[in-house]
Design a protein around this ligand. Structure first.
Ligand SMILES: *[C@@H]1O[C@H](CO)[C@@H](O)[C@H](O)[C@H]1NC(C)=O
Length: 464
């Protein structure tokens, strides 16, 4: 809520930003091998940068009493960190994570964490998540709108009807369609579902329609419907939807990409089926990927059954988003209790692994020193999840874990340079394996940037 107040001052500058064209930072240099078609199907970084270059300064309204020098440093660095995140976030999961992060920091009433059931169509200028809308709109640059509601001149149903092929005034694409190229991932594009569903609803807002060039809300709702169809038509085994589109494979990352998007739809529509499906998918993924001997998640079924820090961060933060959605709907079930208990175990497992620098090793419990270098990305997301957990389950959190989380928080902040880059983060593309190159300062991670912001917000809300 605090951060919300700042929207006033900064978003009035919005009309000015479209002319800004700061040179965007070089793409992570290890991504050069990406096929051309893949790059073409992605929004351009400079478009995205223009879309979200008015990032706010949370220090202005920061009233918090948290008495920690690293926390204060992070507060100060936050605008730069987010601006940098914006300049390098391009891939489906990065855009999904970044838009979610912007909402958490600036428009938390649109997230499960501080959910307010309101009509987006009626919100006033200062409550409109302009940056997120623009990024979501740009993310769909390659979308094929043939057969969409506006294409068929059929924009007269209820927005949510377009989500469901059996009710939709115009049919969905046969077999469904991803929102954005997932480069083989079924799950990653699903991380954009909340942002695009928010875009659909705000398309009904008179001010948004005046301020942004965009399609109709029905088109975006239809696109979300196609995305959900595509997901549900993907490879499934033992009741678990796959993270990959051409074969069944589970990744810890998917615990963030898929279930929280489903529970978000459940929250937004007050729909128990979406909510239950998201909770159940997370539960099944968690059971399959958890190594119960150490209470840490494996990364990928089959070929990376190793304990990767960032995968664990995705896993625990995905559960946290689910649990807040369940709470906002006053939903209680065995899934909720199970997820809370699992989280406590996994936090205990993870925080027992902090290295000499108080970072989570990039890969845990193995001997290769190159793979064991501390990773700020996985550490930041895990710490963010833990601070959210303190607020959600105060009776389960305890002072020993909280102290370790604070140590890890400080360690991540210690790796943020003066330009707002989170250094010492794993190469998220994993082009040469998922490795931290601590001395390669040109290696930038969209994830680490977003995770640092999530960590700031989570601690701000925990207030400790
Ligand atoms: C340790 O991991 C790195 C990065 O994957 C790899 O290049 C190296 O060969 C590994 N070393 C050993 C001894 O396995």
């Amino acid at each position: 809520m605090r951060a919300n107040l700042l929207v006033n001052t900064v978003f009035t500058l919005l009309p000015l930003i479209s002319t800004a064209s700061a040179a965007h930072s070089p793409m992570r240099n290890r991504h050069e091998a990406a096929p051309k078609e893949f790059q073409r199907a992605l929004p351009s970084a400079s478009d995205l940068e223009k879309a979200a270059s008015s990032l706010l300064n949370p220090t202005q309204t920061d009233q918090t009493q948290i008495n920690s020098r690293p926390y204060k440093l992070l507060t100060k660095a936050l605008p730069k960190i987010l601006k940098n995140a914006n300049s390098i976030s391009i891939h489906s999961w990065e855009l999904g994570c970044f838009t979610e992060t912007l909402l958490e920091v600036y428009n938390p009433g649109l997230t499960p964490f501080e959910w307010q059931q309101r009509s987006c169509a009626l919100l006033e200028f200062n409550d409109i998540p302009w940056n997120v809308l623009k990024i979501a709109e740009k993310s769909l640059v390659a979308y094929d709108w043939t057969g969409s509601p506006s294409d068929l001149d059929a924009c007269d149903g209820k927005l949510e009807d377009y989500l469901d092929n059996s009710k939709s005034p115009v049919p969905h694409v046969t077999g469904g369609r991803a929102l954005i190229n997932g480069d083989g991932a079924l799950g990653d594009p699903v991380s954009l579902v909340p942002a695009v569903w928010i875009l659909a609803q705000f398309a009904k807002n008179r001010l948004v329609h005046l301020g942004l060039e965009m399609k109709q809300g029905e088109d975006y709702a239809w696109a979300v419907g196609n995305q959900l169809d595509y997901l549900l038509n993907g490879p499934t085994q033992i009741g678990i939807i796959s993270q990959r589109e051409d074969h069944w494979e589970l990744w810890a990352d998917m615990m963030y990409m898929i279930p929280p998007s489903l529970t978000y739809m459940g929250l937004s529509l007050s729909d128990e089926v979406y909510l239950q499906t998201g909770l159940e998918q997370w539960s099944l993924e968690s059971q399959t990927l958890l190594d119960p001997s150490v209470n840490i998640y494996n990364h990928i079924t089959g070929w990376d059954m190793r304990l990767w820090a960032t995968g664990n961060g995705w896993g625990v933060y995905g559960a946290i988003r689910n649990l807040y959605a369940a709470r906002a709907l006053s939903h209680d079930s065995a899934y909720v209790k199970e997820a809370e208990d699992t989280l406590l175990k996994v936090f205990t497992g993870l925080f027992s692994q902090l290295d000499d620098q108080k970072l989570l090793p990039n890969y845990m419990k193995q001997d290769n020193a190159t793979l064991a270098v501390g990773d700020t990305a996985g550490t930041a997301l895990t710490v963010a999840a833990y601070y959210r957990f303190i607020t959600l389950c105060p009776d389960k959190a305890h002072s020993k874990l909280t102290k370790l989380a604070e140590n890890a928080f400080d360690a991540v902040v210690g790796k943020i340079d003066n330009d707002g880059w989170v250094t010492h983060a794993v190469d998220p593309m994993g082009t040469y394996g998922w490795v931290v190159y601590p001395n390669d300062l040109s290696m930038h991670s969209p994830e680490a940037q977003a995770f640092a912001a999530k960590m700031w917000k989570a601690r701000t809300e925990a207030g400790i």
